[in-house]
Design a protein. Structure first.
Length: 209
């Protein structure tokens, strides 16, 4: 089935966050005080309805699929010196946004991406992302995908006005090291090999507790 349908997001995650290669350079906004030593601990909760994670995966430049994943929860704590956070991505929330696909094709693709060849969401319904530091425009993160911890530095832009924190970025994540069956080379038909690098567009909205 994987050869008829193209493959995945996530998954973030999938699902959310791990990153291999930057698509764009990212720096903190001049309005951000996330890196300032205020000495005051600030805690923020993720606004899950306003936050988005879009994905794009492909076999070739012209043959690709797009979709979204939703966050189940998230929080951040910072005092200007340290910056930590944790997020959960709900794999069951996966959507396919290809405009030219029929409803039937979308359902088949979604089932394929959530099956054992890719992200096995019945066994691993969530992807967790733990952030240990924000430094030089990057979130130093550990992403737990399929029960495996993957460390990545995710390039983002961040602003914080004291009441609301915004984190955004466009980046690529390479899932090759997970050795997923769906991303393995198709030796009989190399052109049908699905690329393990997925493009993500992240927009997080966090509100002060």
């Amino acid at each position: 089935m994987k050869k008829l349908i193209l493959y995945f997001p996530l998954l973030f995650v999938f699902i959310l966050f791990s990153c291999g290669e930057k698509k764009t350079d990212a720096t903190t906004s001049s309005t951000s005080d996330a890196s300032k030593n205020t000495g005051v601990v600030q805690q923020f909760s993720l606004d899950t309805k306003s936050s988005t994670l879009k994905w794009k995966g492909s076999q070739t430049v012209d043959h690709f699929h797009t979709g979204t994943l939703a966050f189940k929860s998230g929080s951040v704590e910072s005092n200007g010196v340290s910056f930590t956070g944790e997020f959960l991505i709900d794999m069951s929330s996966m959507t396919i946004t290809d405009e030219k696909m029929s409803k039937g094709e979308i359902e088949i693709l979604k089932e394929t991406l959530m099956d054992v060849e890719f992200f096995n969401s019945s066994k691993f319904p969530e992807v967790s992302v733990k952030v240990d530091e924000f430094k030089e425009g990057k979130l130093k993160s550990t992403i737990n995908v399929l029960g495996k911890p993957v460390k990545r530095d995710i390039p983002v832009k961040m602003t914080n006005d004291g009441n609301k924190m915004l984190i955004s970025g466009v980046f690529n994540l390479d899932f090759k090291e997970l050795n997923l069956e769906g991303f393995k080379e198709n030796k009989e038909n190399p052109d049908e090999t699905i690329k393990s690098v997925i493009e993500y567009e992240l927009n997080l909205v966090l509100l002060k507790k």
